[in-house]
Design a protein around this ligand. Structure first.
Ligand code: KIV
Length: 281
């Protein structure tokens, strides 16, 4: 049975050096796009790593994708740590990011540190947290203690009720200004990476231009980000129902899951995904 395959028998992962923060910064400086996907288990982690995905994200989207919840809010730190351990076992070379779930970092910098330590000990290389300027102090606190941080602005799903639903952010001038200010504060605080979710592509491009050292990772934020992320089950066409327009079904032209993931990596790298006509706002 295939589950008896040796974990160390892949020539493709043997060929790739581990993706480090230093390597990601080199890629960014050289204009090479960063390909990121969410993942929650060991088998998919291995497949994605071997297909050349640069960054694996154990997103709190696992609440919706794996658990069938209607939002990410019920996801606990222990659950993210569990899935991070699983992903870490399958991964060989990709940069591994884990989401700090709702309620695990908002209380204080110390709470954020304790939660981040738990995820780093589970195998994460970086933690991701949602939120604007208020979280800059937390980001600085974590970065000063050796924990790389990815920020997350725009549509921040943990605030879905405050935002009034899953809707585009930063459309009017005042909210765009606020987002740009928050991005600058988070970059100054030491965030190395920033997910920009569901914002107009012009705004994402401005954030990237104003913060050249910051690796912006877009999801519904246009092609001018340093990289792209999608939820794995969305791009593999496993998710049912109406999907946001920024999702492309990579299974449509692929001969299997491996091919779909490889197409995603290729099209992010060569700039064919996202398509400004189809996947952006
Ligand atoms: O939880 C998640 O999967 C995420 C991505 C959608 C960026 O935060």
């Amino acid at each position: 049975m295939s589950s008896h395959a040796s974990p160390d028998d892949s020539p493709s992962t043997a060929a790739r050096k581990p993706v480090t923060l230093h390597r990601l910064r080199e890629m960014h400086a050289a204009g090479e796009k960063i390909a990121m996907l969410t993942v929650y288990d060991s088998s998919f982690a291995r497949l994605l790593d071997e297909a050349g995905v640069d960054c694996l994200l154990v997103g709190d989207s696992l609440g919706m994708v794996l658990q069938g919840q209607s939002s990410t809010l019920p996801v606990t730190l222990e659950e993210v740590a569990y899935h991070t351990r699983s992903v870490a076992r399958g991964n060989r070379t990709a940069w591994l990011i884990a989401d700090l779930p709702f309620g695990s970092y908002q209380e204080s910098r110390e709470q954020a540190l304790r939660s981040s330590v738990q995820l780093m000990q589970a195998g994460a290389h970086m933690v991701k947290l949602e939120g604007g300027g208020w979280s800059a102090e937390t980001v600085r606190f974590l970065v000063e203690r050796g924990i790389p941080v990815c920020a997350h602005l725009g549509l921040t799903p943990q605030s879905v009720h405050a935002l009034g639903g899953y809707r585009i952010q930063g459309r009017d001038e005042s909210s765009a200004m606020t987002l740009k200010r928050h991005a600058g504060e988070l970059a100054d605080a030491g965030a190395a990476m920033m997910v920009l979710e569901l914002v107009p592509s012009t705004l994402a491009a401005e954030v990237a231009a104003l913060n050249p050292g910051l690796m912006t990772i877009g999801i519904g934020a246009g092609p001018q980000c340093a990289g792209q992320v999608l939820v794995l089950h969305d791009m593999l066409h496993v998710t049912r129902g109406k999907l946001p327009r920024f999702v492309r079904n990579f299974m449509a032209d692929a001969d299997g899951i491996d091919g779909a993931v490889r197409s995603y990596v290729r099209d992010v790298k060569n700039g064919r995904f996202p398509d400004p006509q189809l996947h952006t706002y």
